[in-house]
Design a protein around this ligand. Structure first.
Ligand code: FAD
Length: 424
């Protein structure tokens, strides 16, 4: 039996850990192949919008923080703005260029306009999310501003760590724990685990916190945990100069906090449910890029992914949210705060972290938009009422893959941890 395998229901969903892990086993491969195709790996991101909340200082200029832009001649012409002479527009046709507004009433994030807006075309596969070395006050400020100013005051209540990974290692009566980490790191991790207070370990959530607020917090905390998981799964070991998993990093940032772990599964459920709802639209979408091999692969892989997602059944019921007399007000507040978080991402002082922060916020925002801004029927028939841009679809599927990677990494770390505890 695996001591760290989570069991039971994933809070605020109708699904359990086992179901979600087996779903992930089915979608992981098609997703992995999909995100390597031209359509899904190519994205235009506005990386240089100024931070509108505080003065950012000390950007990270280390090699791993910098993104590699792609050769724009490789971007399909239909995705780019043609050079149009302003005189081609009649006097009443509005300003030029015709940008999409920053957001519409249906959006949960600020959506960059790939055709007319600013930004860099990037190859996501060439710029993977992993350890960059970006840390310290600047990075903490972004996360803290998100939790303290935009999470409806829920954050302090949800830091429960009871039974987290590592508890098997700290209750060893002072014996040294056999750990994969070098001795000084072992001591650091042990004292970190011992320093967790009772309050850290199990504060119960007050019953009067609206479910919408909890969902909001889980989405953000799950995203943060997933970013941390990728950092720890692809960690740069400066001694061996190799990229490798770092179990100590994982335990101290995520494993010791079951709620953070759970919130990654929660996001996977949320994204799965959105893809289920959007199924006919995603199936009918035109993914043509002109690269025959990739276009053929997408035609095969999208139905495969959709089939697995459909089979998961009813795992989350979005209709239970934003109901009753305060529903409309809660939704407006939820949308405003989520949009704000998409703007806070501009304050991230490391290009590659900003790229992934923005892309994944947009991915989750796209899922929220599908779940809460449209009725089921909008995704059937001719989709005339829908307003999803290409980059929203790319962000949604890419983000789904990022969480799938995180769930894979959790299983990998679980095995590493299990081996240590068993051997001991
Ligand atoms: P942080 O991760 O900065 O967390 C700050 C505090 O938040 C913690 O002390 C804890 O109290 C709380 N907390 C932590 N996790 C959670 C959670 N899941 N739920 C609730 N509360 C939590 N670094 C990279 O190496 N690669 C990247 O790709 C990368 N992307 C980033 C993207 C963004 C948008 C940001 C803001 C930062 C990114 N970073 C990245 C930096 C990274 O997230 C950490 O900030 C950094 O590694 C320092 O970690 P830390 O241990 O100080 O805690």
């Amino acid at each position: 039996q695996n001591i760290c395998k989570p069991e039971g229901f994933i809070r605020d969903t109708y699904s359990d850990f086992d179901t979600i892990e087996s779903l992930n086993h089915r979608v992981a491969r098609p997703l992995d192949k999909l995100i390597h195709t031209k359509f899904f790996r190519t994205l235009k991101v506005d990386l240089y919008k100024p931070c509108r909340f505080w003065r950012t200082e000390g950007s990270c200029f280390q090699r791993d923080c910098i993104v590699q832009p792609m050769d724009e001649s490789q971007v399909p012409a239909e995705w780019c703005a043609e050079t149009i002479d302003q005189n081609d527009f009649g006097p009443f046709l509005g300003s030029f260029p015709r940008q999409r507004p920053e957001y519409t009433s249906k959006d949960f994030v600020v959506v960059n306009d790939e055709t007319y807006g600013d930004g860099l075309w990037l190859d996501l596969v060439e710029n993977p999310e992993r350890f960059t070395g970006y840390a310290g006050a600047g990075a903490n400020a972004v996360w803290m501003s998100i939790y303290q100013d935009n999470c409806f005051g829920v954050a302090p209540y949800l830091q429960d760590t009871a039974g987290g990974w590592g508890s098997q290692l700290v209750n060893l009566d002072g014996k040294t724990m056999p750990f994969v980490l070098p001795p000084h790191k072992r001591r650091e991790l042990t004292s970190f685990l011992e320093s967790l207070t009772e309050e850290d370990r199990g504060v119960t959530l007050p019953t009067d916190v609206p479910r919408e607020y909890r969902v909001f917090y889980r989405a953000i905390s799950g995203l943060h945990a997933s970013v941390s998981t990728h950092i720890c799964a692809e960690y740069f070991n400066s001694t061996s100069e190799r990229w490798e998993p770092n179990l100590g990093c994982f335990i101290s940032r995520i494993g010791a906090f079951p709620d953070r772990l759970q919130n990654m599964y929660f996001n996977f459920v949320l994204l799965t449910r959105a893809i289920q709802k959007m199924e006919p639209y995603i199936a009918a979408y035109d993914y043509t890029t002109g690269v025959a091999r990739d276009d053929r692969a997408v035609k095969r892989l999208v139905p495969k992914m959709l089939k697995a997602v459909k089979k998961a059944g009813m795992i989350f019921d979005e209709k239970e949210l934003f109901r009753g007399p305060s529903g409309r007000e809660l939704k407006t507040e939820f949308q405003a705060n989520f949009r704000n978080i998409s703007r806070i991402m501009d304050c991230t002082g490391c290009e590659k972290c900003r790229l992934w922060g923005k892309t994944q916020t947009m991915g989750i925002g796209t899922a929220l938009k599908a779940l809460f801004s449209y009725p089921d029927r909008a995704f059937r028939g001719r989709f005339t009422s829908l307003d999803f841009k290409r980059n929203e679809i790319v962000a949604l599927i890419t983000t789904y893959f990022q969480f799938s990677r995180s769930l894979d990494a959790i299983e990998m770390f679980r095995e590493m941890y299990q081996d240590i505890v068993t051997d001991w």
